[in-house]
Design a protein around this ligand. Structure first.
Ligand code: NAG
Ligand code: NAG
Ligand code: NAG
Ligand code: NAG
Ligand code: NAG
Ligand code: NAG
Length: 486
């Protein structure tokens, strides 16, 4: 009976994958023109499950190549994409790894992550499908890709170096730790190696970055958020909040999830200001967005800091052509719970939430003593996990999962060699990463003032150039010692 069932299951899965592939595998003509620039760009036949009998089920994983700088015998650079679709732009020279490739004659490959972008193993995001979304499967994908592609492209004997930033930075580091025979070295930029349920340090760091940049600005922001945190506790202010912040809905009567969601979204604006260069604002104002933001926060003619922040938020909505600020947990939950996948509108949030709930945590709460902000408790995220994926998630189960992750990969106790850890002092993720040299063959590279991971867009060109040179030197250092590129 059990036997029959398993076969039935497999058969269903097969059908499933077949359908999924017809949905996801064959790109439209337009897409082909768009993404298949290099004759070798393509789709890799990847295993669904590396650890069970289902190893013989396959799906199509997307990758892109740039061999412009390749010199025969040179290294192969494998850039991992994390929790988003891959983007051809990463293959261009303005990205650090491509400049290393130019110096070292490397062959460059960009590899998409299972369940993100067009690399969809099953074609949907049901709980049944998401069981195949785990870091162990992802690392096995990377290893299998390296082995198979090495053979197909006659690059088996070359030295492979694996790159990544942020979450993909962890994957790069772990690839080298778990598969040292396949990867000669790894570069993990701003990689939060230590999984953590309650990542309250994140917004503390954001506040510190803001304070370093502009003390007064940070003070005003905290004042505004203090005011907001009080208001969300009192339903009599809900209409006013809706008006001042142009919210799409008034908070419901059972409002704790709504208000936490609202405060989280407002704090996310700070993240956008500090960690990313807000797309249009910089162009519009011809200044760093952080300066644009702080100019508003200093403008007393707009009223108290609360009103200044509301003014900024309203400006942002206008710039982004949004009619209102989303603040309804129920709608958000509905979107996060939806297991369908539309290839015209690729989702990533449900997948990343799943990974957060099952393996990493990284929940950016305001739960800690002396936190500069408040209103986003860990409770909110744990309930979100349960609501979005079913009752199996509890405080205990999430904590246990994160402990397991750290035990399995070692956290900040890196059990490996020839791994480079670039970090930017202004990147909040470095709190959970390696920021000091561990050993000579586990060096950290520091980029003062850089807010984004090294292989991504620079914010300060000079500093970026310096860090780039430093990393390149580390990679090349052996004729010296670090990586035996001969
Ligand atoms: C490879 O990188 C070079 C340098 O940035 C660029 O000119 C070329 O278009 C890239 N090729 C591909 C296929 O992206
Ligand atoms: C919330 O409570 C108020 C007063 O108790 C009531 O008038 C209103 O209809 C309730 N709103 C919702 C959405 O239930
Ligand atoms: C302050 O805000 C007002 C209203 O938006 C604007 O007219 C004024 O130029 C701003 N002042 C500064 C110094 O930015
Ligand atoms: C917003 O709309 C205007 C006019 O419709 C358009 O020019 C602009 O590009 C849009 N901006 C964004 C971010 O979509
Ligand atoms: C470190 O890695 C080596 C080789 O992969 C392994 O044998 C050893 O058990 C690991 N040590 C720890 C503490 O995990
Ligand atoms: C190696 C290195 O310099 N790392 C830096 C990463 O960021 C932190 C925080 O700013 C610095 O203190 C470290 O020195």
């Amino acid at each position: 009976m059990a036997h029959t069932l398993r076969w039935l299951q497999l058969l269903l899965l097969l059908l499933f994958c077949f359908c999924a592939q017809s949905l996801f595998r064959s790109p439209t003509q337009n897409e082909l023109l768009n993404t298949m620039v290099h004759p070798h760009d393509g789709w890799f036949r990847q295993r669904l499950d590396h650890f069970t009998q289902q190893r013989f089920l396959f799906w199509q994983q997307r990758y892109l190549i740039n061999d412009t700088f390749y010199r025969p015998g040179g290294p192969v650079f494998l850039m991992l994409v994390g929790e988003k679709a891959l983007n051809r732009i990463m293959l261009l020279k303005k990205y650090a790894w491509i400049t290393y490739a130019e110096r070292l004659g490397a062959f460059c490959i960009l590899l998409e992550h299972r369940f993100y972008g067009h690399s969809q193993p099953t074609g949907d995001l049901t709980i049944t499908s998401l069981q195949y979304l785990s870091s162990k499967q992802v690392l096995a994908d990377i290893a299998y890709f390296r082995i198979e592609m090495g053979q197909q492209m006659r690059l088996t004997q070359n030295k492979w170096v694996v790159f990544g930033g942020s979450y993909a930075g962890i994957l790069a580091v772990w690839s080298r730790i778990k598969y040292p025979n396949l990867f000669a070295a790894a570069v993990g930029s701003s990689a939060p190696l230590k999984a953590k349920v309650n990542f309250f340090e994140y917004f503390k760091m954001i506040d510190r970055i803001l304070t370093n940049r502009d003390k007064k600005c940070s003070k005003s922001v905290k004042e505004a958020f203090g005011h907001l945190a009080e208001m969300v506790k009192h339903p009599e202010y809900y209409i006013k909040l809706k008006d001042d912040f142009n919210l799409c809905n008034v908070f419901g009567n059972d409002s704790s999830m709504d208000t936490a969601y609202f405060m989280k979204n407002l704090l996310s604006l700070l993240y956008i200001i500090v960690q990313k260069n807000v797309m249009n604002i910089a162009a519009l104002q011809n200044r760093f967005p952080i300066d644009y933001f702080c100019a508003i926060m200093a403008n007393t003619s707009l009223g108290s800091p609360y009103y200044r922040f509301a003014h900024f938020e309203n400006n942002l909505l206008k710039i982004k052509n949004q009619s209102c600020f989303v603040s309804n947990y129920k709608d958000y939950l509905a979107a996060m719970s939806n297991p369908s996948m539309d290839r015209r509108k690729l989702k990533k949030d449900r997948q990343w939430l799943y990974q957060s709930c099952t393996e990493f945590g990284f929940f950016q709460t305001t739960d800690s003593k002396n936190h500069p902000f408040s209103g986003v408790p860990l409770r909110y995220f744990l309930k979100l996990c349960s609501d979005a994926f079913g009752l199996k998630f509890s405080t205990d189960s999430v904590s246990r999962a994160i402990r397991t992750t750290n035990r399995h990969y070692g956290g900040l106790k890196v059990n490996g060699s020839k791994i480079i850890f670039p970090n930017g002092s202004s990147d909040p993720w470095h709190v959970l990463g390696v920021t000091k040299n561990i050993r000579e063959d586990l060096p950290a590279v520091f980029m003062k003032g850089n807010t984004v991971v090294n292989s991504q867009r620079p914010t300060n060109k000079m500093i970026y150039q310096r860090a780039k040179v430093k990393t390149t030197v580390q990679i090349c250092k052996n004729k010296g010692k670090l990586i035996p590129f001969n």
